[in-house]
Design a protein. Structure first.
Length: 267
């Protein structure tokens, strides 16, 4: 991959080929360009694209001349207007060889993708950056999320960048450094006397009452799309070849689903 990280009119001239959203269980279709949470079946919605049209536009040659950021794949990302992209500089992250560790465990070629280079220091920036960009495009003014740490900091930072009010609910055992980082970015942070599930319940109740939009894990369609860019980027960096095995932290599952979706769409 060659090029520079862009920070100007991100994605302009590269229209999205998003066509609709689809229930991940039933296949029921929902209109793109409208605010959605879960499907009627209570399952996550997947953004779907005109992949045939994208195939003709998103070629390897075309990509070679684009900035090295996660927005280089605009044709198969959901944001329709480049003016709505909320970016803090999501550059392509490097792949580092772990020769000694690989030799220790019998892995001839062990690699790690260093997502710590992303804004706010974690891979959460991909999903949150995409979700906040879509919130801006859809006119959402207030968003909330339960978190144990990194995701809250990312949401606070991107929310501040977009001018969207953010509310973060954290369990009582959340490390102080995560609370301070999130608050520093301007979010309203609350420590809840309970677990992450209790925080999620409160966020859901607030969303149902119309107080804010719920950006919880797998409760909206677009964090998956941001996490998807890691999969595409990985394959591109490896010369358009898949590794034999990908180890990925499960967490809430958004990243795993996003990586799978990236590979499925590329195929």
């Amino acid at each position: 991959m060659t090029g520079i990280v862009g920070d100007g009119n991100l994605g302009e001239g590269h229209p999205s080929f998003v066509t609709h959203l689809e229930c991940s269980m039933t296949g029921e279709r929902y209109a793109a360009g409208e605010v959605h949470g879960l499907s009627k079946a209570g399952r996550p919605l997947f953004a779907r694209y005109d992949l045939e049209s994208a195939r003709g536009r998103l070629t390897r040659q075309e990509l070679a001349g684009r900035p090295l950021d996660m927005w280089r794949y605009r044709e198969i990302l959901p944001v329709r207007s480049g003016a709505n992209i909320v970016s803090l500089g999501e550059s392509a992250t490097p792949i580092v060889k772990l020769s000694r560790t690989g030799a220790r465990y019998g892995a001839a070629k062990l690699l790690v993708k260093d997502e710590g280079r992303l804004p706010t220091g974690s891979f959460k920036a991909r999903g949150i950056g995409m979700a906040v960009s879509m919130a801006k495009e859809l006119g959402i003014k207030k968003i909330a999320m339960p978190t144990n740490g990194n995701a809250g900091a990312a949401l606070a930072a991107y929310g501040a960048r977009a001018g969207i009010e953010t509310i973060i609910l954290c369990p009582e055992d959340t490390p102080e450094i995560n609370l301070r980082e999130t608050a520093m970015h301007g979010a309203r942070v609350y420590r809840v006397n309970g677990l992450i599930d209790d925080c999620g319940k409160m966020v859901g109740e607030g969303a149902a009452a119309g107080h804010w939009f719920d950006l919880s894990t797998l409760k909206e369609p677009y964090r998956i799309e941001g996490k998807k860019t890691m999969g595409i980027e990985l394959v591109e960096q490896l010369g358009w070849a898949l590794p034999d095995v990908i180890f990925y932290p499960t967490g809430g599952g958004t990243g795993l689903v996003g990586m799978w979706k990236a590979i499925a769409e590329m195929e």
